[in-house]
Design a protein around this ligand. Structure first.
Ligand code: IDP
Ligand code: MG
Length: 150
């Protein structure tokens, strides 16, 4: 089964959106297989966002992400990476469609509530930054036999 890395950012945590976000992913049929609540150390933030190191917004991004606790998660499901990207919406909440997490709960691009991996390759890389393999649980959700056609 496919896996994606999802992180409720400090603004999402502070605004009390954690439960709502988890509910949406659960209701979609995705399965939570790992989670941790913590303030990220600088090294893991830099590693997480290394493609953006040279961007003008990078220093501000780092301060934002390290500004409070984040909720790190691994979600599992068929095609989970592209599904979660659709559920969270466009990077800029002003352009994100209503019904998406960023479209419903954010305004500024630099405070967009949630992160999710943008490809399977990114997902594998990001999961490995934040979780040990032994932290990823394996279990069957009781509704799986009716969620999937095959
Ligand atoms: P993504 O989170 O939708 O994958 P990326 O382009 O990978 O978007 O950017 C990573 C994160 O960097 C964004 O989610 C946002 O928090 C921040 N970011 C991106 N562009 C800007 C910007 O122009 N100003 C401020 N922050 C930005
Ligand atoms: Mg990205």
């Amino acid at each position: 089964m496919d896996r994606s890395f999802v992180m409720i950012k400090p603004d999402g945590v502070q605004r009390g959106l954690g439960g709502e976000i988890i509910s949406r992913l659960e209701a979609k049929g995705l399965k939570l297989v790992a989670a941790r609540f913590e303030i990220l150390p600088e090294a893991r933030v830099t590693e997480q966002y290394k493609e953006h190191l040279a961007k003008p917004f990078f220093p501000g991004l780092k301060v934002y992400i390290m500004g409070g606790p984040v909720f790190l998660m691994v979600w599992e499901g068929r095609n989970v990476v592209s599904i979660v990207r659709k559920v969270i919406g466009a990077t800029n909440p002003q352009e994100a469609m209503p019904g998406t997490i960023r479209g419903d709960f954010g305004i500024d691009i630099g405070r967009n509530v949630i992160h999710a991996s943008d490809s399977q390759k990114s997902a594998d890389r990001e999961i490995a930054i934040h979780f040990r393999p032994s932290e990823l649980t394996t279990y069957t959700r009781i509704d799986e036999s009716v969620l999937y056609e095959y």
